[in-house]
Ligand binder design. Structure first.
Ligand code: LLP
Length: 388
């Protein structure tokens, strides 16, 4: 039986809704599960993808556990530094790095830049020269490997904007090697997010093997590290039954199929799998509205607080934290002036009334961090157990 991580409903009373709640015990247990898998495998390093959730206390906990940080902006680099991540545990990717962001990365002495174009490589080299520093660069290669997930969150197909085409790989590497202020250190990949089929990661491993062979045949490498990005998914339908993702299967897939060279490090950039299940969006039912066709539970959280359902048709499990009544069917909707402001269609909930607290589960990743102020709404707060 899995341990259950109960929401402290009593403590939620009197707190202004909507807000995010993060269960630090589950977060810690999740991190421990990751560490257990990587400890026994040589050269495995996990950089937490800060884009998933940058709540300062969440970041600090992850930092204190010894993981690294995977950033995609200067803001994320700064947030990671503020949480105590040393520069050499930070990696930085992104197709559009601004000059100030590159400067910040160089100043912080980050582990490496994941470079996504020749144009970017040239700018990094120039800025590093001005600062009289060497920039460690790794190339993000577009592996043209599909992933079985939502079209908006696949990134590794040839038609996506990310990375450098495989056929240009040698040219950019040689260019970096000739530059005065860049050191070429690795290869980076990322095929998408919310991936639950290990075969997708295995396909990436095969592709990387091919590319490594190709490079070595041309006298390049072996590179210091291979970074396979993130993407491991979570169980949105059954957060209570599966609070911790199957890290064993995930790391085993790479261990079994990716041919690391002696002394080579393998880096991962997991976001959702680490913080997804520990966060819930807590909201209050404002009104129940019955129409000819539907029964709506109108809650005070909206797509401004959690945009995943509106943006990706994502379905999060919703629980009524107080009602013990018989189950009824509701469309759970928010107050925003958009028809897509719907958290769930035909959701089964115990009879719900005004004032009931609801939890929208599995919202720790890409929840609070993607909140907006559309409709002049305040941003939702985020609390950990210690704050309540
Ligand atoms: N590394 C790179 C280069 C990435 O682009 C991403 C996510 C990650 C790592 C972390 O992926 P994860 O382990 O969390 O799957 N907002 C969307 C997800 C966007 C993911 C963007 N990139 C959502 O709510 O589903």
């Amino acid at each position: 039986m899995p341990t259950t991580y109960k929401l402290p409903c009593e403590k939620f009373k009197g707190i202004k809704t909507p807000f995010y709640y993060y269960d630090t015990r589950l977060l810690q247990d999740t991190i421990d599960a990751v560490k257990e898998e990587i400890q026994n495998r040589n050269g495995y390093h996990v950089h937490y993808a800060v884009k998933a959730c940058a709540h300062p206390d969440v970041l600090r906990l992850i930092q204190e556990a010894g993981l690294g940080a995977d950033c995609v902006s200067g803001g994320e680099i700064q947030a990671s530094l503020d949480a105590g991540f040393p520069g050499d545990r930070i990696v930085y990717a992104g197709v559009g790095k601004s000059d100030w962001e590159i400067e910040l990365g160089l100043q912080a002495g980050i582990r490496y830049f994941n470079v996504e174009s020749v144009a970017e490589l040239e700018v990094i080299n120039e800025i590093a020269a001005e600062m009289d520093l060497m920039a460690r660069v790794s190339f993000r290669i577009n592996p043209d490997v599909g992933a079985h997930t939502h079209a908006n969150i696949t990134t590794g197909l040839a038609e996506n904007k990310f990375g450098i085409a495989m056929d240009q790989m040698e040219t950019v590497i040689r260019k970096a090697q000739e530059m005065t202020h860049t050191t070429f250190v690795g290869l980076h990949f990322h095929i998408g997010s919310q991936i639950l089929e290990m075969d997708d990661f295995i396909a990436l491993a095969h592709r990387i093997n091919e590319l490594q062979d190709r490079l070595e045949a041309q006298g390049i490498g072996p590179v210091q590290h291979i970074n396979v990005g993130g993407g491991l998914g979570i169980d949105y339908a059954q957060p209570n039954e599966n609070p911790i993702p199957n890290f064993k299967a995930y790391f085993e897939a790479y261990e079994k199929y990716l041919k690391l060279r002696p002394g080579q490090e393998l880096h991962f950039e997991l976001g959702r799998a680490i913080v997804g299940q520990c966060g819930s969006l807590i909201t209050k039912c404002l009104y129940v509205k019955q129409t000819e066709h539907k029964q709506f539970a109108i809650v005070d959280a909206g797509m401004t607080d959690l945009i995943r359902p509106a943006l990706y048709n994502a379905r999060h499990c919703i629980e009524n934290l107080v009602s013990k009544e018989e189950v009824q069917t509701y469309d759970v909707v928010g107050p925003i002036c958009e028809s897509s402001d719907v958290f769930a269609y035909d959701c089964l909930l115990p009879a719900t009334k005004r004032g009931d607290l609801l939890a929208i589960r599995s919202a720790g990743a890409y929840g609070q961090i993607m909140a907006s102020q559309y409709n002049c709404r305040p941003l939702p707060a985020g609390y950990l157990d210690k704050d309540l």
